[in-house]
Design a protein around this ligand. Structure first.
Ligand code: SF4
Ligand code: SF4
Length: 320
């Protein structure tokens, strides 16, 4: 399968980018009512990822077996012969090396069981769509949130969206990010972000690499720098609570020490692990990285207990 070139722009704006979802009426990803634009591609490989359809820098075809009616309509339609019914007749089989994500099967599927994630869109197309809800944003103090994937991994497109959202549409802007990007990229993009939502997962570098696929040096440096430079109240840290991965006392103490040592006392929100990603990995014919761990979503009491530990260590815990 031929894949589009990954964006290499280091500065300035890129007119087009790959979007894998536009989610309206979100109330948890920045203030007010927001529209989240999810950009495709992420350099991290977090084992608990809840958006694996956004990991790659190219489109992917997702197949949800439980929604499929086994009608076989898609099979004969594929121009590349990439689809077949399993011998057991209980599912469609995708030859992924042959599929170029043209989307013909997804368009014909009567059950929405097939879906291509990753659509090339212009900044103007995205912003015209986002601006449709401008009245809601004005009333609620909301706006545009960029998510992913990792928006900083598509810096030219992210900049185009954020800069034009502010200058051309007068929108409030937010960005969810891992902060895994060179400092020059971070600074060029975040100047157009009103509210930064930054993940902090593990304080130890080798444990971070094991759990998320990359070292955390850049991430921690970027957090330190942003905490020193940004106006107070414009940055929130978010701790994904992943049982058995990062909720141990050693990591909690180290993360709390890092946060309380920052130039401004950044607030922290705990985001408990959930299993939304498990089925999505399966829909992409990929193994769920936490399969076999016996991990369950932590209950309310466990989350509150962890928040209390952070508070006792001097961290300001918030809920959005
Ligand atoms: S997306 Fe296109 S190439 Fe891929 S399986 Fe569907 S019809 Fe075939
Ligand atoms: S067209 Fe849709 S419902 Fe029918 S077999 Fe294909 S995926 Fe299943």
């Amino acid at each position: 399968m031929e894949r589009p070139a990954r964006e290499t722009a280091q500065s300035g704006q890129a007119e087009r980018g790959l979007v894998f979802n536009i989610q309206r009426y979100s109330i948890h990803d920045g203030p007010g009512i927001r529209t989240i634009v999810f950009l495709k591609g992420c350099p991290l490989r977090c084992k608990w990822c809840s958006n694996p359809e956004g990991m790659d820098f190219f489109p992917v075809l997702s197949y949800n077996k439980s929604m499929c009616r086994k009608c076989g309509r898609c099979v004969g339609l594929c121009p590349r012969g990439a689809l077949g019914l399993a011998d057991t007749k209980d599912r469609v089989v995708i030859q992924r090396a042959s599929c170029d994500c043209c989307g013909e099967c997804a368009a014909a599927c009567p059950a929405d069981a097939l879906k291509v994630f990753g659509k090339s869109m212009s900044a103007r197309e995205v912003l015209d769509d986002v601006a449709k809800d401008a009245a809601f944003y004005r009333r609620s103090g909301g706006g545009l949130t960029l998510g992913g994937g990792e928006p900083l991994a598509s810096p030219g497109f992210a900049r185009a969206l954020l800069e034009r959202a502010k200058k051309d549409h007068g929108l409030d802007t937010a960005m969810e990010t891992s902060f895994f990007a060179p400092p020059g990229i971070v600074d060029k993009i975040t100047q157009f972000v009103d509210h930064l939502l930054v993940d902090i997962k593990l304080a130890d570098s080798s444990r971070h690499r094991e759990a998320a696929g990359v070292d955390n040096g850049l991430i921690l440096d970027n957090i330190r720098r942003a905490a020193a430079q940004r106006p107070a109240g414009t940055m929130l840290l978010r701790f994904p609570m992943i049982p058995g991965v990062n909720d141990d006392g050693e990591n909690i103490s180290a993360v709390a020490e890092f946060i309380t040592g920052l130039p401004q006392g950044l607030p922290l929100e705990v985001l408990p692990y959930h299993e939304f990603g498990r089925g999505k990995f399966g829909n992409l014919d990929r193994e769920y990285p936490l399969a076999g761990c016996g991990m369950a979503a932590p209950g309310k009491e466990s989350v509150e207990a962890l928040e209390e530990v952070f508070r006792r260590k001097g961290v300001r815990v918030v809920h959005s």
